[in-house]
Design a protein around this ligand. Structure first.
Ligand code: NAD
Length: 494
């Protein structure tokens, strides 16, 4: 049960009661109501943007070192609240407690620590006398109030990925988490205030995408919309942002391939495929969803993946022995099941998995599908559940071609011990991340972001500063002549 008593908006350094409708949040692993939430109204969005705009005036002028000190204190504060954050993350998402304790919370704290350091390393071209009689230099400046919108799959980490690069660079932010999972984002903002980050730098508004998300994107004082979520909503954000001509940063859906070449270690690939497809209940934008396996390894691979999936412990997410908890909601579970059913009706075979009628919540067991066609819905569309489709291929060219044959391009993995083939796959697979003999690991130092329908712009790493800063050219003349020589082109001195 959430520890936040009431007031589910975090504006100007304090909890406030939202003036919008009241909604119930359900624990997806039990199906029981866990919390009653007061949603924001458009007036609350207005207050949050006003607070962020006021805070920008001082926060953006702090030295990078001073901002870094704040972020280091924030990381320490989050460390003292790690257990509370992990418990709530599991309660609101249904993910296993091992995921929350060992991945979500430490990953979030590492991200805060990384950006404390990165705040002091904004990069630009060295100053130079490019015109001969003047010096040019680069200023990298904060852009203003950022409006961010996040999904429900990794609520805490997504909040960190959106907030940290923005505020490290001197911006202030209003973030709307998913209405299904606002709890840890609110605690995150509260911890920032407790650590001494000034009021108004981080604001959280909770409500639906249609009302509160859209109000945030459309707000004229919000200079940039940074969004993580589905491709469909991402495109809507882009349309709305065009109305005020604001910058957008879109981290969208994925359909990651895992390509197992002829010489691969098939046992390692099977383990990678199971971990990569069932992590977070498969509700991970980089999850392995399509395994293309050389035909000589196909039977060994699929038999082993089905065995490993069958052995996974699915159930109570609060039990440390549980490998996989529930999906986010019954509606989402039924969407996943519907895609599997349609694939079966079209001739595919499910080698494992399916519903878990013995469990009370929105559970769906790890599922392996064979016999689907490349152009079918289950191969082409994002499923966002613990479902892996395996298809055979013959030549290296074909493996790479099939990997590229969906609209998405977020992540991919190539499994081979041939260094030439590994380098070729890394170059030719169209995705923002290509793992070789791995699938999933992320690090704060490296960028995360998509190609094609998976969006553009980078989260994490110093590359994210490209999104959250303006690059300004400052030219200082040291030519003391009243009439500069180049001005003759425009008018001659007479
Ligand atoms: P979603 O697109 O339905 O919702 C994401 C957020 O957008 C939520 O906060 C929602 O309230 C809000 N929203 C919905 N409609 C809106 C509108 N019209 N205007 C403004 N905001 C609106 O996605 P989801 O179901 O919460 O999350 C799953 C999706 O997120 C998947 O597609 C997944 O691939 C994607 N995702 C991508 C990444 C990445 O880094 N590329 C990371 C995590 C999740």
């Amino acid at each position: 049960m959430s520890t936040i008593p009431q007031g589910h908006q975090y504006i100007d350094g304090e909890y406030r009661v939202g003036r919008g409708p009241v909604a119930e949040r359900v624990n997806p692993a039990t199906g029981q109501v866990a919390q009653t939430l007061d949603f924001a109204s458009v007036a609350d969005v207005e207050d949050a943007v006003t607070a962020a705009a006021a805070a920008f005036k001082t926060w953006s002028r702090l030295t990078p070192g001073a901002r870094a000190d704040h972020l280091l204190a924030f990381a320490t504060e989050l460390g003292t609240r790690a257990a509370e954050l992990a418990v709530l993350e599991t309660e609101q998402t249904g993910k296993s407690t091992r995921m929350s304790h060992e991945f979500d919370v430490p990953g979030t704290i590492d991200n805060v620590n990384f950006f404390a350091g990165a705040a002091r390393h904004l990069q630009g071209q060295a100053a130079g006398d490019y015109a001969g009689n003047s010096t040019s230099m680069i200023r990298r400046e904060a852009i203003g109030v950022i409006g961010s919108i996040a999904p429900w799959n990794y609520p805490l980490q997504m909040a960190a990925w959106k907030i940290l690069p923005a505020i490290a660079a001197g911006n202030t932010i209003v973030l709307k988490p998913s209405e299904l999972t606002p709890g840890t984002t609110l605690l995150f903002a509260e911890a920032a205030t407790a650590a001494g980050i000034p009021a108004g730098v981080i604001n959280v508004v909770v409500g639906t995408g249609r009302e509160i998300g859209e109000a945030l994107v459309r707000h004229p004082q919000v200079v940039m919309s940074s969004f993580t979520g589905s491709t469909q909503v991402g495109r809507r954000i882009m349309e709305m942002a065009a109305e005020t001509g604001k910058r957008v940063h879109l981290e969208l859906g994925g359909k990651a391939p895992l390509v197992v070449f002829k010489d691969a270690d098939v046992e390692a690939a099977a383990h990678g495929a199971v971990a990569g497809s069932t992590i977070n209940g498969g509700q991970d934008c980089t999850a392995a969803t399509r395994a293309y396996v050389h035909s000589s390894l196909f039977d060994t691979f699929t038999t082993r993946v089905a065995e490993l999936m069958d052995a996974m412990v699915v159930g109570d997410p609060t039990d440390p022995d549980t490998d996989m908890g529930s999906l986010i909601s019954f509606v989402h579970r039924d969407k996943v099941a519907g895609m599997v059913e349609r694939a079966k009706e079209a001739g595919a075979i499910a080698l494992s998995g399916g519903f878990a009628p013995d469990l009370p919540g929105a559970f769906y067991r790890p599922t392996l599908i064979t016999g689907a066609t490349q152009d079918s819905e289950i191969v082409q569309d994002e499923i966002f559940g613990p479902v892996l489709v395996a298809l055979p291929f013959e030549t290296d060219d074909e493996g790479i071609e099939l990997a590229n044959d969906t609209p998405y391009g977020l992540a991919a993995s190539a499994w081979t011990n041939n260094v030439n083939l590994a380098l070729r796959a890394a170059a030719e697979i169209q995705a923002g991340c290509v793992w070789v003999n791995e699938h999933i690991p992320i690090v704060s130092e490296m960028p995360h972001g998509g190609y094609k329908a998976s969006g553009f712009g980078k989260d994490m790493s110093s590359y994210s500063f490209e999104e959250y800063t303006n690059v300004k050219h400052v030219l200082i003349s040291h030519d003391t002549d009243t009439h500069k020589e180049w001005q003759d082109t425009v008018f001659k001195q007479r």
